[in-house]
Design a protein around this ligand. Sequence first.
Ligand code: DGL
Length: 259
Amino acid sequence: MGNRPIGVFDSGVGGLSLLRELRSLLPNENFIYISDNAFAPYGALSPDDIRKRSQALTHWLSEQSCKLIVVACNTATTNAIESLRKTYQIPFVGIEPAIKPAALQTKTGVVGILATKGTLSSGLFHETSAAYGQGVRILEKEGKHLVEMIESGMLQSEEMKQLLQSYTQPMIEQGADHLVLGCTHYPFLTPILTRILPQHVKIVDCNGAVAKQVERVLNKKDSGCESQHMGNTNYFCTGDSQTMLQFVSPDDVNVLSIP
Ligand code: DGL
């Protein structure tokens, strides 16, 4: 059981930001990463289609004998994790916007959140904001085009900088002192955001907390990897491998069709 891989999926390269934390916390584990970029962005899909994609990827990962699946996508977690848990016996760990830590730490009582339309309109996101955001003003903003731009390699572009400025400036003007990155693609924008945001604004993502949760679940189920060797990661994408190649060496990337 212990040496079986951990499956990780996202609509694209965003989940690699979470995988980075997972590999650093659990270096002996083996991972299988899927970028479902043939169907990205998930934020533009209907909740039903997000669930169908999540089911299809989970089905494939379960055939690879994954012992745990990390839904490394806020949009898929908030729309599909419940249905995945109902269908599969495998333990799942998902990721949701880090409203709770931001709401606990804000001094101004105003928190900005950038996420996809799919996440912001989901029932689970509303439940989490209602439960943890009490007494705090939460300014929601859809990060329109950000996923597509990151997927097409426009991370450092002037357009990206301007778009981020237009999304975050109104939040700053309304007093936000925390910016929650509610999409796993967005931590790749942290260097630009750090340059454009005032110094007192804290950028929050919960990749580290999710990695720790994966460790806790493995320990609880006594299914951590027993090997003392560095684990392997196999990368798959359902569409073009171009974007993945900016992050991973060509020998490690495989193209896969999951209808
Ligand atoms: N990384 C995904 C997330 O965390 C992006 C979703 C999309 O493809 O729109 O929400």
